[in-house]
Design a protein around this ligand. Structure first.
Ligand SMILES: Cc1cc2nc3c(=O)[nH]c(=O)nc-3n(C[C@H](O)[C@H](O)[C@H](O)COP(=O)(O)OP(=O)(O)OC[C@H]3O[C@@H](n4cnc5c(N)ncnc54)[C@H](O)[C@@H]3O)c2cc1C
Length: 293
């Protein structure tokens, strides 16, 4: 079947990969390059914070952890770390996906994949191209502009507008990159008012973060950056002398629930919020199943 995937972030590229592997004739249409997508800003920790629907998210997370472990792709490492949730939070449905998880009170320790997203996206784009997928760079104002037997709407934040769905909103996230002093674990500390995370990738550590609903611009804020660095250094004292390498802002494609369904000749797969790296392979598997043979 002739299929066009709209979107060249992590979700679109993973869908294109699975569909091309399944023998379809696949093209990608994207407004921008993978390195300029929200996916390239992400911290790259494989776990799905607060994403719905919980049962499907848990299933997609299991698939994602397994696939990232199996891939042996550049930029991906399996690392143990610690997630501290706000007091009284019930154990998340996805926790069972982490095979060595140890739960003690509000803290969960487990091994998961850390994805250095710019490195991994470059590799994934290369794999997709090697499977014969052509990418065309243009911005669509309607899915009807695509000439294909099946269209996959994987346009992230743009996916809502293309589907006539106004429930997708940007949730801004600012991160600061520090030089990695050789950290051997990741840490996420969630409270009711803030999430602080430290995700080491070897060449740098992604430190965060913020969750700013309705944010539009991606211009970093110096005061916010200073606050992130202070929070992360308090959480991981080994970062005390680590050099600041840069600051980035991305807009998460938030939706009350991830949309993954088929309506006629369109498969919608967007609205992954703060978990699109985690859910990319699980969702791509399901998109390929919905496409059929
Ligand atoms: C600061 C921050 C930290 C994060 N950390 C994590 C994390 O640790 N783990 C995790 O799992 N997730 C994390 N995320 C979330 C993750 O980045 C997103 O869920 C994911 O990138 C969404 O991927 P996507 O491919 O759907 O969208 P995008 O990466 O935004 O890609 C969308 C694609 O669609 C194209 N497009 C859009 N509109 C159109 C149009 N009209 N026509 C043509 N093309 C179009 C764009 O050009 C782009 O190619 C984080 C996000 C942020 C901002």
């Amino acid at each position: 079947m002739r299929i066009t995937v709209v979107g060249g972030g992590i979700v679109g590229l993973s869908c294109a990969h699975r569909l091309a592997e399944a023998g379809h004739e696949v093209g990608v249409v994207a407004a921008g390059k993978p390195e300029d997508s929200t996916s390239a800003i992400a911290g790259g920790l494989i776990y799905p914070p607060g994403t719905q629907p919980a049962d499907r998210v848990a299933r997609w997370t299991v698939a994602g952890v397994a696939q990232f472990r199996r891939l042996g792709a550049p930029g991906v490492r399996m690392v143990r770390g610690r997630l501290v949730l706000p007091e009284q939070t019930p154990e998340p449905a996805w926790a069972a996906a982490m095979e060595d998880v140890v739960v003690s009170g509000p803290a969960l320790e487990f091994t998961t994949a850390l994805v250095d997203t710019p490195v991994y996206l470059a590799w994934l784009a290369g794999r997709v191209a090697a499977l014969g997928v052509r990418t065309e760079y243009r911005t669509l104002s309607s899915l009807g502009e695509v000439d294909a037997e099946l269209v996959v709407n994987a346009a992230g934040l743009g996916g809502g507008a293309l589907a006539g769905d106004d429930s997708v909103v940007p949730v801004g996230g600012q991160v600061v990159h520090l030089a990695d002093p050789g950290l051997t674990e990741w840490v996420v500390h969630e409270t009711d008012s803030a999430v602080t995370y430290v995700i080491p990738h070897g060449r740098h550590v992604v430190c965060g973060g913020t969750e700013e609903e309705g944010r539009i611009g991606v211009e970093p804020d110096a005061a916010v950056a200073a606050d992130i660095v202070a929070r992360c250094r308090a959480l991981v004292p080994a970062l005390a002398g680590a050099r600041v390498l840069g600051t980035k802002v991305g807009l998460r494609p938030h939706r009350p629930q991830v949309r993954l369904d088929r309506v006629g000749d369109v498969v919608h797969c967007y609205g992954h919020g703060g978990a699109g790296i985690t859910l990319s392979w699980g969702c791509a598997d399901e998109v390929a199943a919905l496409a059929g043979s």
